[in-house]
Structure formats: C-alpha cells, structure tokens
Design a protein around this ligand. Structure first.
Ligand code: SF4
Ligand code: SF4
Length: 358
C-alpha cells in the first residue's frame, strides 16, 4: 500500500500489483448467482462497475431505482460522449453479443417496458449491429427499439439523450429517473453481460489514445491502474512535443501535468495535442454576439451568468439556472472572443455552493 497521485492531482492510497505476466483468471472467480433484482444489483455492485462513458458514477446505484419512481424506459447510450473518442463504437463492433445479452437481461430483471438503443448517425456500421439487437427474435412485442440521433455534441450527455430519445425533459436539479428513464452507456451494458457470464470484475477497460501528438493513435484495452506513459509508449510515443495532454475528451477532459499517472475506471481517452492544436485563442472583449447562448444545449445565457458570478450574486445565479450547466464547453468553443466560459461556469457554481454552506 502506498500513495499514488491521480490524474486530477489528488493523492490516494493504492495497492501496487506486480504482474506475473500470465493474465490468468483466479480459480476462485465464478459467475454470480442472479435470480432476483436484488441479486442483480448486488452482482453489479460486486463487479465494481461505474459509468464507462466517462462519468464514473456507480452503476449499481443508478440501476437500484425505487419502485415508486415508475421507471419505464432504459436508454442504452451508444452515442460517443465527445469528439475523438471511439471506444463505444468499437464495443458495438466487437462485442455485440454482450450488448444483446445485456439489453434483454436488464429489461427482464429490472422490468423496463421499453428499451431504446440510441446511436448517432455518423456510425453506419454500428447502426447495422445495433439494429440486429433491436430486431432480435426474442423481442416479440417490439419493446426494444433502435433510434438514430443526429451526430452533434453533446448528444451523449444524459439529459440531452433522454430528451432526444423520449421527448421527456429532465427538469433542473432532477435526474433522468425523475422522468422515468435510466441511461446506461453501451460499454457498461456490455460489461454487465460479461460479468454475469464470468464473474470477472472490472479490472480493465478500453480507451482511445489519440490527438495530433500521438504517433500511432488507436484504441487499447488496459488494466485499470496502468501507467499513462506506458500506454503512450505502446502507441508509438509522441511524434511531436505535446502541448496539452488530457484524460477524457477535448471538451470536458481533464488536462494532466505529466504522464506518470494511473488510468482510472472512468478514463475513456488519453489525448495529446501539439502546440498548433492546443494553443488557446487570445482573450478579447465580449462582442455580444450571442453565439455562446445559441450553442448552449441547456438554453442558458452564459454572458449573464458571467456577470452574476463577477458580482458574486448567488440569487441571480440560481435564477439564471447555473445548476443545470453540465460544463460541456459548447459555449466556450463557440465564443469568438476566446472567453474561458467553462471556468466562469465552475466559479459560478462554487459561489452557489459557498452560499449553501453558510
Ligand atoms: S458549459 Fe456552457 S454551453 Fe455547456 S451547459 Fe454550461 S453554459 Fe451551456
Ligand atoms: S460568444 Fe463570447 S463574445 Fe459572443 S456573447 Fe458570448 S461571451 Fe460574448
């Protein structure tokens, strides 16, 4: 046991495992016995599964919804959460049987009336695979449907996904469960099927290694805890000096200082960009063009939020709906003045939190 620095800079206790190089399954591992919903939730918890789409939220909590929530719809989220990342696409192409098995298991055990498999229209090959799952012979009442959504960031975000797939709008401060939906990432779903078959917990994951500074971009499957520098070496190292390295996507990913850090369960990508792709636009005055408001998927007014945050006005921030901001970065991306709007949004949330703690 020792102290290890995580990609977000936090120090954590960690056990270092020395590999014997064999990658054998321990003989004590066996598939869980699952007959009831309770058994299933217990098994998902024991598997160590968290949202593999990047959120890292414990899946057993998400699936253990109370009966009075009237959850009727499971949405399998096959829309990649951010540009560059292609792990969910590869999961669809390579592990379609696991996805199929999981869809029907989840539907039967948790009693969903309807399952929507949602994918974006820029992945026609995945579409064919998912269509076979939705059209499976076991789905006699056509309760499993495939929905093709416009390929548009942040389509993969949970609240966006609920609205696109069901037309239901998640109110501010509420969760998809409050409108009768559970959203599960497609790779997480596939993992559940594998765990139920083998009992092998979440000890590895796939991730995309990409960006202009990476010599041979590819998707890799690595044990959780693998050193990021080893993964980059496996991908040919850097072909040019990296100016910015991220865990996660280019919009919401976390910039890291150095690569001597372990991969975590929720890391779905490692991206490294050269100077040309990573230099920020110089910041200039706001020209009141409104592009940030047009770009915001949650219909917020970023400029008004910035003003309220600068005035440290928590009441105004609440009224402007800062709590629904998902820090997607669309406003900052659209801003011609190079305003660091996401940082302002985070600051605004911190002001509200501080007010709540008084
Ligand atoms: S980061 Fe910007 S675009 Fe995204 S939800 Fe927040 S305000 Fe809207
Ligand atoms: S996009 Fe940028 S320049 Fe335009 S109104 Fe918003 S903050 Fe101002």
């Amino acid at each position: 046991m020792g102290d290890v620095k995580l990609p977000n800079g936090v120090m954590s206790k960690a056990v270092t495992i020395e590999s014997d190089g064999e990658m054998r399954l321990w003989e004590g591992i066996e598939p869980p016995k699952v007959e009831t919903k309770e058994d299933f939730i217990k098994a998902v918890r024991a598997s160590g599964l968290v949202g593999l789409g990047g959120a890292g939220f414990p899946t057993h909590i998400k699936l253990n919804f109370p009966a009075d929530k009237n959850i009727d719809t499971l949405i399998i989220n096959a829309a990649e959460c951010e540009p560059y990342i292609t792990v969910d696409y590869r999961e669809c192409m390579e592990n379609s049987w696991d996805i199929l098995s999981s869809v029907y298991t989840l539907k039967d055990i948790l009693g969903f009336k309807r399952v929507v498999i949602a994918a974006e229209d820029n992945k026609p090959e995945a579409f064919k695979v998912l269509k076979n799952i939705a059209d499976h012979k076991d789905d006699v009442d056509d309760e499993v449907q495939l929905m093709i959504l416009e390929s548009k960031y942040p389509q993969g975000a949970e609240k966006m996904m609920v609205q696109s797939a069901t037309g239901r709008r998640v109110p501010p401060g509420k969760l998809p469960a409050d409108v009768g939906c559970v959203v599960l990432n497609v790779t997480s779903a596939a993992f559940i099927a594998r765990y139920l078959k083998t009992g092998k917990p979440l000890v590895s994951r796939s991730l995309t290694v990409d960006g202009s500074a990476i010599a041979n971009p590819k998707n890799v499957r690595v044990p959780i805890g693998t050193n990021i520098s080893d993964i980059i070496d496996f991908c040919g190292g850097f072909k040019t000096e990296p100016c910015k390295i991220l865990t996660g996507g280019p919009m919401m990913g976390l910039a890291i200082v150095g690569t001597d850090l372990p991969v975590l369960k929720q890391n779905n990508a490692i991206l490294a960009f050269s100077k040309d792709d990573a230099v920020l636009k110089p910041e200039t005055d706001c020209i009141r063009c409104g592009r940030c408001a047009i770009a915001c998927p949650m219909s917020l007014m970023p400029t008004n939020i910035v003003r309220a945050a600068k005035a440290k006005d928590p009441e105004a921030l609440k009224q402007l709906g800062i709590t629904v901001c998902m820090e997607c970065g669309s406003c900052a991306f659209a801003c011609p003045a190079g305003k660091p709007l996401v940082q302002h949004m985070r600051l605004a949330k911190a002001i509200l939190r501080e007010e709540g703690n008084k």
